[in-house]
Each structure stands twice: as C-alpha cells, then as structure tokens.
Design a protein around this ligand. Structure first.
Ligand code: SF4
Ligand code: SF4
Length: 336
C-alpha cells in the first residue's frame, strides 16, 4: 500500500475522525428534531423526525430493553432507542467498551475538553490514587443501583412507561433543557474539570460507562502485551487516556477503563509487544479495530432498518398533537 493511501486509512480510522463524525451526525439529528418540533408547532416546513435522537434518553430506553428481555415484547412505538441500546451493549461486549471509546457523542465533548486542557496546561492532572479509586467506585455503585432499579421495576410499569406520550417527546424536553442556565453552568464546570483531570463524567459518574466497562471485561477482543518483546519504554502507559498502566499488564489488558482506543498499540515501538487480538490468538491491526466497532454498529442499525424495527409507528399527527397538547410546555419551561 502506498504511503498516501496508508495516511488516508490511518486518518479515517483515527479516533478523532470517527468520534467527530458521530458527534456531527448526532448534532445534525438534534437540529433536525428541533425543526420537526417547529413544524409541529406550525412555524416551519415539515422535516421527518430523526429516530437517532432516541440516544438522548438511554436510561428510558434501558427500561424498555429490560422489559423486552423479561418478555414484555418489542417496543414498536420508539424502537430506535431499543436498537441503540442493543448496539451499544454488543459493541461494548465485543470490543472493550467500544461504545465509549469510539461512538458516544457525550464522551467526545469531554475528550475535546481534555484536548483543550492539554494545550492550555501542557498535560492533564492526576487525582491522588485513593481519590481516583473512590471516584471510580462511585460510578460502579451508581451503575449498580440504577441497573437494579431498572431490572426490578414491575414489568407492567416498564411497558406502560414507554407507552406514555411523555416518553414520546422526552428527547425534545432533554434537548430544550440544555438551554437551561443550570445545565449550562453544570456543563461548563464539567468541561473545565475535564480540561484539568480528563473526562470526569465518563470516569467517575456515567452509569452507562459503568455497565459497559463491566461488559467489556468479558470481551473476546482486547489488547495483549508480550513481556518478552516489551522494551519497557513506558510509551503505552503515557499515551493511555484511560490512565491504564499498560506496561504492567501481565498479558491481556483487563482494566475495565480500557475502551479499546488503540492509542497504546499505535504508539508501541517494539514489534509484537502490544497487539489487539481476538480470543488471545488472532491479531487485529489497530486500523481494523474501529472498522469492526463501527461496522458492528452499522450492521445492527441496517438489520433494524431493513426489518422495520427502527422507525417509529407513532404518526406525525400524533406527535403534533402531543407537542401542542401542553404536555411539552409544562415540562420545558425554557421552551424551544
Ligand atoms: S491506550 Fe490502550 S489500554 Fe489505554 S484505553 Fe486505549 S487501548 Fe485501552
Ligand atoms: S509501548 Fe510497547 S515496548 Fe513500550 S512499554 Fe509499552 S508494551 Fe512495552
């Protein structure tokens, strides 16, 4: 392969490129949703409601997911949310928290903050080890409590929840909530903290990240280190944005924080010392990893779309009715 083609391949499979692409797509979907609401309120041309905005309400759709797992049937009203949850679980289970590492738009914003922080301060600061451990523990406790609640909620209530008109427009309420001054202040504080200490939300608070980290520990694909080939240059540990001590990994990188970003594999100068492998045997080149992550994501989307399990069955007139019924205004003081 020519040098030029290799450069293009490495750019297109770099984390910044893939993550930015997902973030731009998601922002586009949010804009489209606001245009849809304008249409529903009678002040704009019709644009279709984007189903991908279901990602704005992951906990709500997790309720639906567990209802489905417990025999409560598929969500035919807003199935895209269920598909997104299944895709995020599949990607994290197969590729070490791959959803957090390559797709999640929220994580991308905090990682951008970290990049800005590195430019401004020259590096990110590390919390004392004990505080870091406590913080990470908080995330797992949060994740376990919310998970227990979602699993234990009575099935009839879980099914009833997704049938509420409130749920149909929850994405709009969340979006409009972003304009709330309290949210803006909290967002700015989180941005600043991420500049200083790397993404604090992802590392210490996000319950979804806690679940996906746990699933990722069972992943058949992971980074492996060969002690005999390692020249102890410390580059892998230094580059790891998840603060994993890669150079001390006994064989496989088991750390739940690893999101398979491939930075350590790309930076390792010793051939064969650090490789991503499937089932510990088959080498996965660093550029192939994101292709597999994104490919799995898109494959699940395509199957859902082709089998008519992606698009909502709520008609545009029903949405219009709910949006104009006053329910939306009650829940969104700031409006759109
Ligand atoms: S740098 Fe390596 S160990 Fe760290 S998160 Fe990325 S893949 Fe995992
Ligand atoms: S970057 Fe490679 S050679 Fe350097 S310490 Fe890590 S595994 Fe060893």
């Amino acid at each position: 392969m020519s040098q030029r083609l290799r450069r293009i391949r490495d750019l297109v499979t770099s984390r910044i490129f893939v993550r930015t692409a997902f973030l731009v797509f998601f922002l586009g979907a949010c804009t489209q949703l606001m245009l849809f609401v304008r249409w529903a309120q009678g002040s704009g041309a019709y644009v279709p409601r984007p189903e991908a905005v279901a990602g704005l309400l992951p906990v709500g759709h997790f309720t639906s997911f567990f209802a489905w797992v417990r025999g409560g049937g598929w969500d035919t009203l807003l199935p895209a949310g269920l598909v997104i949850i299944i895709a995020a679980i599949a990607v994290s289970l197969l590729f070490k928290r791959g959803f957090c590492g390559w797709i999640c738009p929220v994580g991308t914003v905090w990682e951008l903050a970290e990049l800005v922080g590195r430019k401004v301060f020259g590096h990110t600061f590390r919390l004392p080890t004990w505080l870091d451990r406590v913080g990470r523990g908080v995330r797992y406790v949060l994740a376990a409590v919310i998970l227990a609640f979602l699993v234990l909620v009575p099935l009839t209530e879980a099914i009833g929840f997704r049938q509420l008109p409130y749920m149909w427009t929850a994405d709009v309420k969340i979006l409009s909530g972003f304009a709330n001054p309290v949210f803006i202040v909290v967002g700015l504080v989180a941005f600043f903290l991420s500049m200083l200490f790397s993404p604090v939300w992802c590392r210490y608070l996000c319950p979804l990240g806690g679940w996906y980290s746990t699933l990722g520990m069972a992943s058949p694909c992971a980074v492996h280190r060969d002690d005999e080939k390692c020249i102890n240059c410390h580059k892998c540990t230094k580059v790891c944005h998840a603060l994993v001590d890669v150079e001390k990994a006994p064989d496989r990188v088991w750390a739940p924080e690893c999101d398979g970003c491939m930075d350590c594999v790309r930076v390792c100068p010793a051939p064969g010392a650090l490789e991503a492998r499937a089932l510990g045997r088959w080498r996965i080149p660093a550029w192939v990893w994101p292709v597999l992550v994104v490919g799995t994501w898109l494959l699940i989307y395509a199957i859902a779309k082709l089998t008519h399990n992606w698009d909502t069955t709520i008609t545009r007139d029903m949405f219009k009715q709910v949006i104009n019924s006053g329910l939306l205004q009650q829940a969104t003081p700031s409006g759109l």
